[in-house]
Design a protein around this ligand. Structure first.
Ligand code: ADP
Ligand code: MG
Length: 359
């Protein structure tokens, strides 16, 4: 598949209509042992329009799950807003959140621990329907049968227990459960990271298919930029709790501006027969969100950092339509394809087009 083939509309990633879900300047801190503050999420803003897919990427520990859980109100944000259909839900109590919960659903990373092993699949899928007074028993049963069909599971799955399903099938069940109440928005946190690589594409395709068919807003969270690119209209890149880059998916992957994004892309294995791996390797672990580096948080690991980066924090700046970056020297780090070009070897058409990130 070429990079063009997956572009659904010319405006992919360039819509300007209002957000369905918008986290605005979200700030979440935890207390670390010893009483110090752990800055898990520091003024992150991310919005998703109706029927839009937005990818949130970053290494493990960058705060992605905290963003998701805070939007789901498992945590109370220390600062910022969470607008859903224009209403700030950041501090609503559980009673007022209940009607919103049906419309805003989540799919988790681990389909093993997210399903009760003693419950039949019918009970798993009926439970949210019962809780929200969906209707008569017959209506609920019909809905369960429909949900199984929608996610591609056989009709007799309803009588079975989670243990009788593979990881990929369990994730289909989790998606079916998320769809039960006809949500307008789904947050999927690393939905395929625990699955075999061979199954990952099936679940990603299912999510993309459902999202397009049902016009659901989707926030997909993953550490794998290539995977997020497959499905997203727009991408937001996070580092150490902060946003470093944002833009239409093809732009962020095709013309990354932040050195961290370039490094994330370089981490994607590109098969190069006979050649060594010309990757920019991210050295060391990400710094601790308790003791964050001064200036640009990325400077200790950045190949192009200069003195200024150690002391002055680069603001998140607009650099074009729907495009933002937080780097004093944005665009100065060569993208992987340019690095290959600099090696002086002839480039194939595919290499010129950039890495095929969907293989
Ligand atoms: P990601 O999902 O990107 O891997 P997380 O949001 O899980 O990142 O974690 C971000 C940071 O917050 C990490 O340093 C993590 O250890 C810390 N953290 C996450 N949840 C909690 C919690 N409930 N209590 C204390 N620290 C937490
Ligand atoms: Mg996580």
């Amino acid at each position: 598949m070429s990079a063009q083939a997956q572009t659904t509309t010319p405006e992919r990633g360039l819509r300007t209509d209002p957000f369905l879900l918008e986290a605005q300047d979200l700030k979440v801190t935890f207390r670390a042992p010893g009483g110090r503050k752990l800055h898990a999420v520091d003024t992150i803003s991310v919005g998703v329009r109706p029927g839009e897919t937005v990818g949130l990427v970053g290494e493990s520990g960058s705060g992605k799950s905290t963003v998701a859980r805070t939007i789901m109100r498992a945590y109370e944000p220390e600062g910022g807003h969470i607008f859903f259909e224009g209403k700030d839900i950041a501090h609503l109590n559980e009673r007022h959140l209940l009607p919103i919960r049906g419309k805003l659903q989540m799919v988790f990373q681990d389909p093993y621990s997210s399903l009760d092993p003693r419950w039949t699949i019918r009970r798993v899928l009926a439970e949210p329907l019962v809780a929200h007074n969906y209707g008569t028993r017959q209506k609920i049963n019909e809905r369960v049968d429909y949900l199984l069909k929608v996610v591609g599971l056989p009709a007799d799955s309803a009588q079975r227990l989670p243990s009788q399903f593979s990881g990929g099938q369990r994730q289909r069940i989790a998606v079916a459960r998320a769809l039960a109440l006809e949500p307008k928005m789904i947050i999927a946190d690393e939905p395929v990271s625990s699955l075999d690589v061979s199954i990952q594409a099936q679940i990603i395709n299912l999510l993309r298919d459902l999202q397009e068919r049902l016009k659901i807003g989707l926030l997909i969270i993953a550490h794998d930029l290539a995977l997020v690119h497959q499905i997203s209209d727009r991408i937001v890149v996070m580092y150490l709790g902060e946003e470093v880059e944002e833009g239409p998916a093809d732009e962020v992957v095709g013309r990354p501006q932040h050195p961290y994004t370039v490094a994330l892309l370089s981490a994607t294995p590109v098969p190069e027969p006979g050649g060594d791996n010309k990757r920019i390797v991210l050295t060391g672990d990400p710094p601790s969100p308790i003791y964050r580096p001064s200036g640009c948080r990325f400077h200790p690991r950045c190949p192009i950092a200069r003195d200024r980066c150690k002391t002055e924090k680069p603001p998140l700046k607009e650099i074009g339509q729907a495009r933002k970056v937080a780097c004093w020297y944005a665009g100065e780090m060569p993208a992987p394809r340019d690095l290959w070009a600099m090696q002086g070897k002839a480039l194939t058409a595919e290499e010129l087009a950039g890495p095929d990130l969907r293989s």
